[in-house]
Design a protein around this ligand. Structure first.
Ligand code: ZN
Length: 301
């Protein structure tokens, strides 16, 4: 089976993680722009971060045969630094139209403050203008109300629910998200919140339409193999291969494919790996390491 992880912060992960994901069948992923664990102090670091998502990190992923896409946005926590947030809004249009950018994200609410709402609305309007999907981070505290509010505001800003992916759902939010026509994404968190046994029950109850699973793996305790592991658990529990492929591969590609930057055809055939390639003179190899190079050539040396 092929897998697609539509929410994973690879910048925080090691090459071992890339290798393990590739070995488990992950052929593509989306890296949303987010919070780095401590507040940024200037707009220049946002610029460099966005550049790395469409540059170096995409290259690093390619060195393990995984196609890397990203969403670009101002995260909810840093929306609360209004002077800086205003500056970030000004540079977003420089990045959202780049190749491989499949949406505005992850944006939404953290503490549900007025500043968060202001910049969430501004970015929804930007997404509408650019005809890009929106990846919505829902708050971990007061989740139900925050999720409802996120959907209300998206509709209020004129977005169709079909272009909005509501993330970090749980059993309390999923029904309303689906009934209102939005995509429902689920993050599988180890030890807390949404473990993957609960996810199996959600798919049994609601079916596979408009549901997608992600790892949201980042710099914290998280599991970059959450998508293939959950697929295996679903299979053990008798969920059909068709349903498993919808929630771990096809639905995310369909949702973010509305950007025009992502298509199932991107994953036809095996991706060639050539670790002798360089990105601005830099490689993933360290002194003396032999690059892995896949060759179609019949010449054997
Ligand atoms: Zn995230």
């Amino acid at each position: 089976m092929k897998f697609f992880d539509p929410h994973v912060h690879m910048t925080s992960r090691t090459t071992d993680d890339y290798q393990a994901m590739a070995d488990a069948g992950v052929v593509g992923l989306i890296e949303p722009a987010f919070w780095l664990g401590q507040p940024r102090t200037g707009v220049a670091t946002f610029k460099d971060y966005y550049s790395s998502l469409i540059g170096w990190e995409r290259f690093r992923s390619s060195q393990f045969g995984i196609k890397h896409y990203c969403t670009i946005g101002l995260n909810s926590r840093e929306a609360n630094n209004e002077p800086l947030a205003e500056q970030v809004m000004e540079i977003l249009p420089l990045f959202i139209y780049k190749e491989g950018v499949v949406g505005i994200g992850e944006i939404g609410f953290d503490d549900q403050t007025a500043a968060e709402e202001k910049f969430y609305r501004a970015q929804l309007l930007l997404a509408k203008e650019a005809s890009l999907p929106v990846q919505v981070h829902t708050p971990h505290r007061d989740k139900k109300r925050g999720t409802q509010r996120s959907m209300d505001i998206a509709l209020d800003c004129g977005l169709a629910p079909g272009i909005v992916i509501i993330d970090h759902n749980n059993e309390e939010t999923v029904q309303e998200v689906l009934e209102r026509g939005f995509w429902a994404a689920f993050t599988i968190y180890p030890f807390t919140k949404m473990g993957n046994e609960r996810m199996v029950e959600v798919v049994k109850k609601y079916g596979p339409e408009r549901i997608m699973i992600n790892s949201a793996a980042d710099w914290g305790i998280s599991d970059p193999l959450a998508v293939p592991k959950t697929a295996a658990l679903m299979k053990q529990h008798g969920i059909s291969d068709e349903a498993i492929q919808l929630v771990t591969y096809k639905n995310a590609i369909a949702a973010f494919g509305q950007s025009g930057q992502l298509n199932e055809a991107d994953f036809a055939g095996a991706q060639q790996i050539d670790q002798s390639q360089k990105f601005e003179g830099n490689t993933v190899l360290r002194g003396g390491q032999q690059p892995r190079v896949d060759k179609d050539s019949l010449i054997i040396r």
